[in-house]
Design a protein around this ligand. Structure first.
Ligand SMILES: *Cc1c(COP(=O)(O)O)cnc(C)c1O
Length: 397
């Protein structure tokens, strides 16, 4: 018991189901239990122990059973050597930056990124810790090359990017990073490892907000850093053990449970989002649709090359309507819920207004207010019908 391992010779779905799970040695249960204890029994003479070590079970902030099972599954699904799971996607991002960057280092990060990345790098690390930062439109490889400095330590990108769905070329950017002695981290939250595996494309680190597709049910938060063991050992001791953004064993267990159906859910998200994007694109009241699965998307060819199974469930679109009509449209939706987050089973929509402070970084069509729409796994016909009836009730159809 407790001996089964599932190497990369097994398919993605088999590993999503089995990796990290095993028969419980004590009870014979075929699912490993949740271990809520925060401490583990010490050896006879504990005085030589390193209290900041992640090796062996000691204290749940240093690492616990449920964290380890989930780390095993995620490392396998992302094709990486090792994984650290933390309390949120932002804990993973800040943990990576905190462990890797020193004052005097330079970071290039994509103009389209999660808001906390913008705050951490553009407002905290540069001002407080004297890390140099440059924001670059990373869909432009020449612009990245031009931004590289001798002290560039890290390039951080997000593809597809939140919230405009901008696409950048992971393989080409990895080459630029490595030719210049820098590392590449990719926030893979929008794609999930079912659709895209940055490490296989040359990235050094993959970041996931587990809160989104990997858990998939909207009921837990978590984050992960996946990469080579040599880097992850030091990130684990600095950012997990000493910063303390530990995930609770219960949340790790919930996410482990959610991840079992990741491939099935992603197939449905991919299919539904493609149908919804194509439908929206045909409506005269829609000003634009941004979805990497559409031929009209600027990054479609690159997306086809690096997104292996589909283009994900998130899209953004605009309406030819005034500010309040956007809110009235949302208030008429019955299947789709107005809420932040994404990658849940249910469809979620957010109205991002004209005054978004990062608008100067977005393409022109996004300047008039737009929706970020996370297409759920409901029946596609019901989602489309819901959009249709809401557009009709605000006189846009
Ligand atoms: C939500 C999100 C995050 C942050 O994750 P949390 O779990 O909310 O902390 C990071 N990156 C992207 C792309 C996201 O969508």
């Amino acid at each position: 018991m407790g001996q089964r391992t599932y190497g990369q010779e097994y398919g993605f779905q088999t590993r999503a189901v089995h990796t990290g799970n095993d028969v419980d040695g004590e009870s014979g249960a075929i699912k490993r239990p949740i271990t809520m204890a925060n401490s583990y029994e010490l050896p006879y003479d504990p005085t030589d122990m390193n209290w900041s070590s992640a090796a062996g079970n000691l204290y749940t902030r240093n690492g616990g059973s449920n964290q380890k099972y989930l780390q095993e599954k995620l490392a396998s699904l992302e094709g990486g050597e090792d994984c650290i799971v933390l309390s949120s996607g932002v804990a993973a991002l800040s943990g990576l930056f905190f462990a890797l960057l020193e004052s005097g280092d330079h970071v290039i990060f994509s103009s389209i990124t999660y808001i906390a990345v913008y705050r951490l790098l553009n407002e905290l690390f540069n001002k407080k810790f004297h890390v140099e930062t440059t924001i670059v439109d990373v869909s432009d490889l020449e612009a990245i090359k031009a931004a590289v400095r001798p002290n560039t330590k890290l390039i951080h990108i997000e593809t597809p990017g939140n919230p405009t769905l901008a696409i950048s070329d992971i393989q080409e950017i990895a080459k630029i990073a490595h030719e210049n002695g820098a590392l590449l981290s990719v926030d893979n939250t929008f794609a999930s490892p079912y659709n895209q595996r940055p490490i296989e494309l040359g990235a050094d680190f993959t970041i996931e907000s587990l809160t989104k597709y990997i858990n998939g049910h909207g009921d837990a938060m978590g984050g992960a850093i996946i990469g080579k063991k040599e880097f992850l050992d030091s990130i684990r001791s600095q950012s997990q053990i000493n910063l303390g953004g530990t995930i609770s064993p219960f949340n790790a267990w919930l996410i482990m449970r959610g991840a079992v159906t990741l491939p099935l859910r992603m197939r449905q998200h991919n299919e539904n989002a493609q149908k919804v994007a194509e439908w929206l694109e045909k409506q005269p009241c829609v000003s634009f649709v941004s979805y990497p699965g559409l031929k009209s998307h600027k990054g479609h060819e690159i997306a086809k090359k690096q997104m292996l199974a589909g283009f994900g469930g998130v899209l953004s679109f605009g309406l030819k309507a005034d500010h309040d009509t956007h809110n009235r449209f949302v208030s008429k939706l019955k299947v789709v819920t107005s809420a932040v987050s994404l990658g849940h089973d249910e469809s979620l929509i957010v109205f991002i207004g004209e005054n978004d402070e990062r608008q100067y970084l977005y393409p022109e069509e996004f300047h008039h207010g737009f929706f970020r729409f996370s297409v759920g796994i409901e029946d596609a016909e019901d989602i489309i019908h819901d959009l249709e009836q809401a557009l009709q009730s605000v006189n846009l159809l």
